[in-house]
Write a protein that binds this ligand. Structure first.
Ligand code: FO1
Length: 310
């Protein structure tokens, strides 16, 4: 079963790891958001790509919620001593990723090809495809004006209310993304922030392609990142409200209606199932909390079994 999973931050990365654990090698392709990407100290940092890459390599730091396990911070401390900005923390192992990636891209190679070479070096069979090869930068408007995403997310600790979101850059999908979507027999939209994690992927031409696949009978299954009205990690709940949506599984389902054909909501939100079904979506109510590797595999199997059901 050829599966394409869309992933943004931690939730989407966890489900992608679960899918990789239960599917035969080669059956899964992950498409990641690149709107969070940022230039730090002359290097390209790709947080959502790297979350998926480290997770699939068994190297993700679940305790911190980002970055590489067993990090040391020697380079960052040295940079801070020189007076370089240090609010966006890069560990030493993580620096190696950004140095190798940036050097290879500077040689003229496409980002998709470069990150695949890093994934292969870490023993990852699953292709993790950036949604686009050209730079895309998510920007959020707060009462203070427009901010780059990481300025809002890390520097301001997601404090200000978000009034508007835009994606600057060229959202054209790569040939690899087009081929993967074309070949997919199941499409999974992971439980990541629908506005700033999945939103950038869907803001470009990919959305129409996915809609076409759904219309052609391919299951497009979205998993709610909101459980009991709150986001398990990050600002999705407050962002939904400040942008005029409802912070609930139902609110997320509304955002995906017309695109998704099926929706997975947590058992604590079971009372919302009729509202989601009324949007024309098939529904699955299940435990969506992925506390550990067994939980990630369990949800992945439940989603695949649900997708395959008529
Ligand atoms: N998140 C933080 O809260 N503080 C950081 O200093 C930080 C650094 C960082 C470095 C590399 C990387 O891949 C991710 C990093 N993150 C950090 C996480 C990142 O800002 C967000 O989790 C994602 O962009 C949201 O999906």
């Amino acid at each position: 079963m050829r599966v394409v999973a869309l992933a943004g931050g931690t939730g989407g990365a966890k489900l992608a790891e679960g899918l990789a654990a239960v599917l035969p090698p080669g059956d899964l392709t992950v498409i990641v958001n690149t709107g969070d990407d940022t230039e730090r100290h002359g290097l390209l940092v790709m947080p959502d790509h790297d979350a998926v890459m480290y997770m699939l390599a068994g190297r993700f730091d679940f305790e911190r919620g980002w970055g590489h396990v067993d990090e040391t911070w020697t380079v960052m401390d040295g940079l801070a001593e020189y007076g370089e900005e240090a609010w966006f923390r890069l560990g030493d192992r993580d620096f190696a990723t950004h140095i190798a990636r940036s050097a290879r891209i500077r040689e003229g190679r496409a980002p998709t090809e470069v990150v695949r070479s890093l994934q292969e070096a870490l023993g990852i069979a699953t292709p993790i495809l950036p949604m686009a090869d050209a730079a895309v930068r998510t920007q959020v408007r707060t009462d203070e004006g427009w901010l780059d995403f990481q300025e809002y997310f890390v520097h301001l600790r997601q404090g200000p209310d978000v009034r508007e979101v835009r994606f600057a850059g060229d959202l054209s999908p790569t040939p690899q993304v087009l081929d993967a979507v074309e070949a997919a027999e199941v499409i999974v939209i992971g439980p990541s922030n629908p506005i700033v994690s999945i939103g950038p992927i869907l803001a470009g031409p990919i959305r129409a392609l996915l809609e076409g696949r759904g219309t052609a009978g391919i299951p497009v299954v979205a998993v709610s990142p909101i459980v009991g009205g709150v986001a398990l990690k990050g600002p999705a709940d407050r962002m939904l409200v400040s942008l005029g949506h409802e912070s609930s599984a139902r609110g997320v389902a509304r955002l995906y209606s017309g695109l998704a054909t099926a929706f997975v909501l947590d058992t604590v939100d079971a009372t919302q199932e009729p509202d989601v079904a009324a949007l024309g979506l098939r529904t699955l109510v299940t435990d969506t909390i992925m506390a550990d590797a067994a939980g990630r595999a369990r949800l992945a199997l439940a989603v695949l079994e649900f997708a395959g059901r008529p």
